[in-house]
Ligand binder design. Structure first.
Ligand SMILES: Nc1ncnc2c1ncn2[C@@H]1O[C@H](COP(=O)(O)OP(=O)(O)OP(=O)(O)O)[C@@H](O)[C@H]1O
Length: 359
């Protein structure tokens, strides 16, 4: 049974549709990331789950309990959810332990039960020695861990995280990612994690819901999103995908078909029900190219080289399509200089099934 079920959720702000029939089933214990560019509706979706806003259409249920629909609205404090915000929202005048205890105090839990649960929550986030400190004397990562402990201590059925790492520097983000991941493994808490950072979503989530302009574009595991994007927007958004027009030359066979891309034939992965099309779109990744040693392949002029440590990111323009910019990674030493022509073979790629959906 799905723990959290969002069923055709709709939300309007005046004439603007901020959520357009969004449906997501989150399994019990699952870690879901909601990913998308600024303004795509992530926070609006989180606010509906948390109960800060009323839904204009559809339903949100947890287990068998209907929380939100146009007719019914359970207030946030009765939803038994934990929320971790980007801004931490800690009380500066209280110690770490008092901050963590706050939700329990409000709920009428008293010592020794309260002290026991606070100690357990601090232990879970690795802050046992910090109970008496004020938040002002903690690092950003430690503050975020206090916020996590404060949310967990009330034993929520679901934890919502709204860009919790956005205020932290790159190194701290990486170690907090690990922290969240370990925490999720240890507790098995269902988590919905809002982010615009795809590396973060990829590293953490069991499945990622990609949103754009209020719509859910695809809900899939990180690997499936990367390997088999459902439409051109997801293809371009995830993993710096390059979307190119192509002509399908064969029917699918064992998950592959032959395509013509910029005048070059290549074999690519596709769905087994992929229809023949003269106007298909394909998604290529930097690693799908290799530099051909013979006269075959796609002729392209090198535009730019940028050193990435051990390899170069090359930007090239195919001679057959000067307006297209492709990128690939080439090991040191640089195989060609800007202005030179190289030939590329295409080793892999994906025929995008719903090429027109998000156009
Ligand atoms: N209270 C509101 N009134 C009017 N429009 C709103 C309101 N809240 C959000 N919007 C609009 O709805 C759209 C979705 O906003 P939302 O905050 O959900 O996006 P987001 O994906 O969380 O973006 P960000 O990553 O920048 O926080 C935006 O176009 C925003 O301007």
């Amino acid at each position: 049974m799905a723990r959290l079920k969002i069923d055709r959720a709709r939300k309007y702000f005046g004439s603007y549709t901020a959520l357009d029939d969004v449906s997501i089933d989150v399994e019990d214990g699952e870690f879901i990331a909601v990913l998308g560019p600024s303004g795509c509706g992530k926070t609006t979706l989180l606010r509906q789950i948390a109960g800060f806003d009323k839904l204009d259409g559809g339903e949100i249920t947890i287990g068998d309990r209907l929380l939100s629909s146009p007719e019914r609205h359970v207030p946030p404090e009765h939803r038994k959810l934990g929320i971790v915000f980007q801004s931490y929202a800690l009380w500066p005048h209280m110690s770490v332990a008092e901050n963590v205890a706050y939700g329990l105090t409000v709920a009428g839990v008293r010592d020794p039960e309260r002290a026991r649960r606070v100690a357990a929550a601090l232990d879970l986030v690795g802050l046992t020695g910090f109970a008496e400190r004020r938040p002002g004397l903690l690092s950003g990562g430690q503050r975020q861990r206090v916020a996590l402990a404060r949310c967990l201590v009330t034993e929520p059925s679901l934890v919502l995280l709204d860009e919790p790492l956005a205020n932290l520097d790159v190194h701290l983000r990486a170690s907090m990612e690990e922290e969240f991941s370990r925490f999720h493994e240890r507790t098995g808490t269902t988590m919905v994690y809002i982010t615009h950072d795809q590396a973060e979503a990829m590293a953490l989530a069991d499945r990622i819901a990609v949103m754009d302009r209020g719509r859910l574009l695809q809900l899939a595991s990180p690997s499936l999103l990367y390997r088999e994007p459902a439409n051109t927007t997801v293809a371009g958004f995830i993993g710096e995908g390059m979307v190119l027009p192509a002509r399908l030359l064969s029917k699918p066979e064992a998950g592959h078909c032959k395509v013509d891309v910029l005048g070059v034939e290549a074999v690519m992965r596709c769905r087994s029900d992929q229809a023949a099309s003269a106007q298909a779109k394909i998604c290529l990744r930097a690693r799908d190219f290799s530099i051909a040693q013979d006269e075959g392949g796609l002729a392209a002029r090198v535009e730019r080289l940028s050193y990435q440590g051990g390899y170069f990111r090359m930007e090239v323009r195919p001679l057959a399509s000067e307006e297209t910019v492709l990128h690939l990674d080439a090991p040191e030493p640089a195989p060609a200089a800007p202005g030179e022509t190289i030939r590329l073979s295409i080793r892999d790629g994906w025929v995008i099934p719903e090429a027109d959906l998000a156009a």
